[in-house]
Ligand binder design. Sequence first.
Ligand SMILES: NC(=O)c1ccc[n+]([C@@H]2O[C@H](COP(=O)([O-])OP(=O)(O)OC[C@H]3O[C@@H](n4cnc5c(N)ncnc54)[C@H](O)[C@@H]3O)[C@@H](O)[C@H]2O)c1
Length: 440
Amino acid sequence: MGKNIAVIGTGYVGLVSSVGLADFGNDVVGVDLRKEIVDELNAGRPTIYEIGLEGYLQRNLEAGRLSFTTDSDASIRDADIVFLAVGTPPAEDGSADLSYVETAARTIAGNLNHYKVIVTKSTVPVGTNRSIQQIIAAESGQTPGTGFSCVSNPEFLREGKAVQDFFHPDRIVVGCEDDRARSYIEEIYRALYLIQTPFVWCNLETAELIKYASNAFLATKISFINEMANLAEAAGADIHVIAKSMGMDGRISPKFLHPGPGYGGSCFPKDTKAIAATGDRLGVEMSVVKAVIDANAAQKRITAAKLVQAAGGVKGKTVAVLGLAFKAETDDVRESPALEIVEHLRVEGATVRAYDPQARDTFAAELGDAGGALHYCTTAFDALTGADAAIVLTEWNEFRNLDLERARSLMAGNVLFDARNVLDPMRAREAGFSYLSVGR
Ligand SMILES: NC(=O)c1ccc[n+]([C@@H]2O[C@H](COP(=O)([O-])OP(=O)(O)OC[C@H]3O[C@@H](n4cnc5c(N)ncnc54)[C@H](O)[C@@H]3O)[C@@H](O)[C@H]2O)c1
C-alpha cells in the first residue's frame, strides 16, 4: 500500500513539493494556515507564479492524489510521512526564526497516533532536527526511531525553475539515522531513483549544513563577481570576458558569475545571515560569509547611487524601474534589490514608474505606493513614458528584447542603467542612450 503524505506549509517549497510528490504517485495533502490559499489551490489555481505548476496542480487534483486543507490535526493523523515546509524567516538578530517549525512540530506531537516519518524540508540551522526530535519525543512520549523518525531533507529548488528542479534535482540530500525511515523515503522518491538521481545519505547535522554551505557558497560567488565587476569597471576591463574565462576553468564553473545589483530572494540573504549567526552561537568565526553579507548590502547601495549620479540627481525627476522581482521567472520580491533601490529613489525625491511582468502585486504588498512616489505600470513602455532615466533591475526575457528606439522616443531623458547586463551596449548607444551597465 502507498504511503500517505501530509505537507505542512504550501508556500513556494511546500506547494511545489506537494504537487511533485503527488505526481510521483503518492497520496498527498497540502496543509496551510491560510484558508484563502487552500481554497485557491483546491480550485486548481496556483497561488504563486511558477512555470508549469498549474498543469501539474490540476492534473493531480483531478487524479484524486492531491488535496489541500487547513485541518492540520486530521491530515497529520492520516499521514505516514509529514513534510515540514513552513517558513524560517530571519529573526531580528539574523538567526533563523524557528517559531513556525516548532509550532508545527508540537502539532505533529499532538497527533502522533502511529509511527510517522517527520521530514524537514524547511531550511533550518544545524541542530534543529535534533531539537524537533526532542520536542516530539517529549510531547508525545514516543521514542525516536520506533514511535517516529526525524529526517532532514533540505530543498534546493530554484524559484522560477522550481517544478523542473523538483523533477530533475542535481541530488537529494537525506539526513536519516534509521533503516525504517530510510525505506519510507526511498519509497516516496522511487521515481527519482529510476532516473538515477544521486542520493546523499548522512546524519541530521550534515544534511542541515549541506544546505547552508551550498547557499553561502553561491552567495559568495555572486558577491565575488560583483566586486570584480566594480573593479573591472573602474579599471576599463570587461567583466563578461573575465567571468567567461574564469568559468572555463573546471574548478570554478561558469555558473553564478553574473554581476548585478546584489542578490535578493527568500534564501541567500536570510541563509547567509543565519549561518553567520550559527557560527557566533558555536564560537566559530564565519568571516567569509560576513564579508559576503556586507558586500551584498554595499552592491545595492552602489547600484542606487550610480543611477542617481548618472541622472545628475533625481529630485523632481521621473525614473522608470523595469523589474521588481528578485530574479526573472518569479513573482517573489522578498529582499529584492528593487525594494531598496525604489526606496532610495523616493528618498532622493524621484517619482518612480515601475513595471514587472509578474511581481506587481507582491511588490505592492511590500511597499504599497511608497508614499505616493511609486506608480505601477502595465507595460515596460508605459513605465518608460516621460521618464528622465531608466534602470533594468530584473533579467526578464522581455527586457532583453526591448525595442530600444521606441523606448528612447518615449522617454524624456536618455539615461539607461542596465543593472543586469541584459542589453547590447552598442545597440543602446546607437538608439541614443547614455548607457551604463555593470563592470563593462
Ligand atoms: N523559496 C525557495 O526558493 C526555497 C528554496 C529552498 C528552501 N526554502 C526553504 O523552505 C522553507 C519554506 O520556504 P517558502 O519560500 O516556501 O516559504 P513561504 O513563506 O512561501 O511558505 C510557508 C507557508 O507555510 C505556512 N505555514 C506556516 N506555519 C504553518 C503551520 N503551522 N501549519 C500550516 N501552514 C503553515 C504559511 O502560511 C505559508 O503559506 C524555508 O525554510 C525556506 O528557507 C525555500
